[in-house]
Design a protein around this ligand. Structure first.
Ligand code: BGC
Length: 391
């Protein structure tokens, strides 16, 4: 049995654009609503969490969890360059307070894939003063963050940098690292600078730990492809972990693995079990990810900010999560400093161009927005209440 540290977070995660609905001033909304878009399905009303966040928080609390990760939307807070909406800042502040009132530790993400449409039009991260514009937004976002112990600056900068390349090519590929183009290096470097700028802006907030969340892809070499796998890992992951070396924590997000042979990343063997997203069913991903992250960053405390599975079988969700948590326990027993586990996702939500992959502990009726807790949600809540990781 693994002794969990005092205050270990057992939570669930969401992201603004994926659950709120009508994030109309954002770049991804614009992309979704373009004729012939590379994102075939639209987010639309999403899960209507913009209005139903209280219900979402009640569910998290009633399940027996003690933490909720959610994102605030830059496009709502700054719909036009330099014009900040006090009402939207107050909206997000109410969610933070809603968490605190329910005894839930808020984990707040400042940027989760979406930017204001005007930011992208102005050149985005690599445009003139892209980093400065993000810094200006973060300065305003401080109004939301009083008493928030965990702040994630940028979600999956490595995916963002890879997507920058992918969008430039005008095609949508499944977000399996192995199937994606290399990151746009200029974007990668701008994101590192943006992360550091944001951390600096927040450094005097008492009791707030700031970090970023990196998609861990578990690159595994086979048939002597060690050097190639290392190169893949460096460009697509490790350079982003290196940028977290001085942070108060690093967010680990892991779902599957990428096997790299001498010819490059390999598709899973025929017959290998896959999830709705096409990824290999590989619950050991989390253990590999936390071990790698701790080693690469030189022991920066880890918060698992995402881990889960897109499946229509709730038993399979329980099986996957049990395996992932057992692996987490093994890593912790070996001394990896892990502060919490936030399951992806609380809700079946908008999966960037598709509604098909269901990652939720809770189902959502697409017409009425009614939430239904799945057996996996109840199972996970029981586990959290028990306070022990499965072995
Ligand atoms: C992202 C989430 C996404 C999840 C599953 C992560 O890459 O942060 O927004 O829904 O993986 O694909």
């Amino acid at each position: 049995m693994t002794n969990l540290p005092e205050g270990f977070l057992w939570g669930a995660a969401t992201a603004g654009h994926q659950v709120e609905g009508n994030n109309t001033d954002s770049d991804i909304w614009a992309l979704e609503n373009t004729e012939g878009s590379i994102l075939p399905e639209r987010s639309g009303d999403a899960c209507d969490s913009y209005h139903r966040w209280r219900e979402d928080l009640d569910i998290v609390r009633d399940l027996g969890l003690n933490s909720y990760r959610f994102g605030i939307e830059w496009a709502r807070i700054e719909p036009e360059p330099g014009r900040f909406s006090l009402a939207e800042l107050a909206h997000y502040r109410r969610i933070v307070e809603g968490c605190l009132e329910r005894g839930l530790t808020p984990v707040v993400t400042l940027h989760h894939f979406t930017s204001p449409a005007w930011f992208r039009a102005a050149g985005g991260w690599t445009g003139p003063d892209g980093v400065g514009l993000f810094r200006r937004y973060v300065r305003q976002a401080r109004a939301v963050l009083d008493g928030v112990p965990w702040v994630c600056t940028v979600n999956e900068p490595n995916m963002l940098a890879m997507m920058a390349n992918m969008f430039r090519q005008g095609e949508r590929r499944e977000a399996v690292a192995g199937a994606m183009p290399p990151p746009d290096q200029e974007t990668a470097e701008a994101l590192v600078a943006a992360h550091h700028a944001a951390s600096e802006e927040l450094s005097d907030l008492p009791g707030t730990a700031t970090g970023w969340t990196v998609a861990n892809q578990n690159f595994q070499a086979v048939d002597g492809a060690d050097a190639l796998a290392e190169e893949w890992a460096y460009t697509r992951e490790d350079q982003f972990l290196d940028a977290a070396k001085d942070d108060a924590f690093v967010g680990v997000q892991a779902y599957t693995r990428v096997v790299v042979g001498p010819e490059g990343p390999r598709e899973p063997e025929p017959g290998v079990r896959r999830t709705i997203t096409g990824w290999e069913f590989h619950p050991q991903a989390l253990e590999g990810a936390v071990r790698h992250t701790a080693e690469r960053t030189g022991g920066v405390p880890v918060l698992v900010t995402e881990n889960g599975i897109a499946t229509s079988s709730d038993e399979e969700r329980i099986e996957y999560t049990t395996g992932a948590l057992a692996g987490l326990g093994r890593a912790m027993a070996d001394g990896v400093d892990v502060r919490g586990y936030l399951h992806w996702s609380l809700l079946d939500n908008y999966e960037w161009g598709s509604w098909a992959p269901t990652f939720g502990l809770v189902g959502v009726d697409r017409k009425t927005f009614a939430r239904t807790v799945k057996p996996s949600g109840r199972w996970y809540g029981e586990l959290a209440r028990g306070g022990e990781l499965p072995s």
